[in-house]
Design a protein. Structure first.
Length: 354
């Protein structure tokens, strides 16, 4: 178990065997033996390993271990193997800490269930619109903007994991199951509209699974359509834009992005899907976006979302004396001094977190 955790922490750090061995002053052969469980590091080596890998020593002694099942990377062709391994390892570590804490609060550890009201088969694009509305109704979301997609999905049993991703890594998200729980992974520093669309897209994979009856519906495109329809439902789009348009003002789109957390281009695509824009007018807008470079970076950034449920559970466990400060720091993956600063709402910490 220790060897498996050591290898995972090394991969999460992006270090090779030789790099880590050099940092802790052992041969890479001995380090390989540690990872294979053939030898066990002594207490001094364990401390040096923890420091080099940015984890607490308790990490190596955590009892339960899980694996990523049904793993699906949303990546582009130049995602390096090292980056993929690092993302996998970090996701497993975060989910493992989450499930360990949930063992203290089983009533809060709800699982995901597809609402029974979603019996509709999807044979055409219009069915996707209906399905998105039915899910919103089942979850009591109405037809207005969704304030926080992370909290919405976590409240329905998803485990949302945020990872630090090099912008050059070309990583577009990840979905899997760990311990029977659905997991969705997004970049921590991505713009919020990108995070939200990715979360809604991965939700689409769950909801549309087994429902795509029409051969003309390709799954990835159907999930993209579902994501837009879930974030900006048909009736809300029609109310905001009107039934027919030849042009959508950029400032109008920027304000709608600010309100709904769906990108400006996402609103243009929604207008085309709902036939508010005819194909020629849609193409004209698409060319305008390309001319201004807005397909890669839009002029106004939507703030990134944060995961709240897990840290709230950690502090609840701490406040109810179910865990120690040391355990809380391990679960949150922060130094003990930082945990204490956070716990006391230290002014310096609060300023740094802005």
């Amino acid at each position: 178990m220790l060897g498996e955790r050591l290898k995972r922490a090394r991969e999460a750090s992006g270090l090779s065997l030789r790099d880590l061995a050099a940092r802790i002053g052992v041969s890479h052969t001995l380090l390989s033996q540690f990872e294979k469980g053939q030898k066990t590091p002594d207490s001094g080596q364990l401390i040096r390993l923890a420091r080099a890998l940015g984890v607490r020593s308790e990490y190596f002694l955590r009892p339960a271990a899980y694996s990523l099942e049904g793993l699906e990377f949303r990546k582009r062709s130049n995602l390096r193997v090292r980056d993929e391994k690092r993302i996998r390892a970090e996701v497993l570590d975060q989910v493992e800490r989450r499930l360990e804490l949930e063992g203290l609060f089983p009533a809060l550890a709800r699982g995901f269930e597809t609402p029974s009201s979603l019996s509709k088969q999807v044979a055409r694009e219009g069915d996707i619109e209906e399905l998105a509305i039915l899910l919103r109704q089942a979850w009591g979301l109405g037809l207005g903007p969704i304030a926080d997609m992370v909290d919405t999905l976590e409240g329905q049993g998803f485990r949302v994991v945020m990872v630090d991703v090099d912008p050059s890594a070309r990583f577009d998200g990840l979905t899997a199951e760990v311990g029977g729980h659905p997991v969705v992974v997004v970049g921590r520093e991505w713009p919020g509209d990108r995070q939200r669309f990715t979360l809604a897209h991965e939700l689409g994979h769950r909801i549309l699974a087994g429902r795509l009856a029409g051969e003309q519906l390709e799954e990835e495109k159907a999930c993209n359509h579902f994501a837009g329809a879930f974030l900006a439902p048909r009736d809300s789009v029609l109310e905001a834009l009107g039934p027919k348009r030849t042009w959508l003002e950029p400032q109008e789109l920027a304000l709608l992005k600010e309100e709904y957390g769906l990108s400006m281009l996402g609103w243009v695509i929604r207008a085309r899907q709902l036939e508010i824009l005819q194909p020629s007018n849609y193409e004209r807008m698409a060319r305008y976006f390309s001319k201004h470079g807005w397909r890669t970076e839009e002029p106004r950034t939507y703030p990134a979302e944060k995961a709240h449920l897990f840290p709230q559970m950690v502090y609840r466990a701490l406040g109810e004396d179910r865990i120690s400060e040391s355990k809380a720091a391990e679960l949150l993956a922060v130094p003990l001094a930082e945990l204490r600063a956070q716990r006391n709402l230290d002014a310096a910490y609060a300023a740094a977190d802005q």
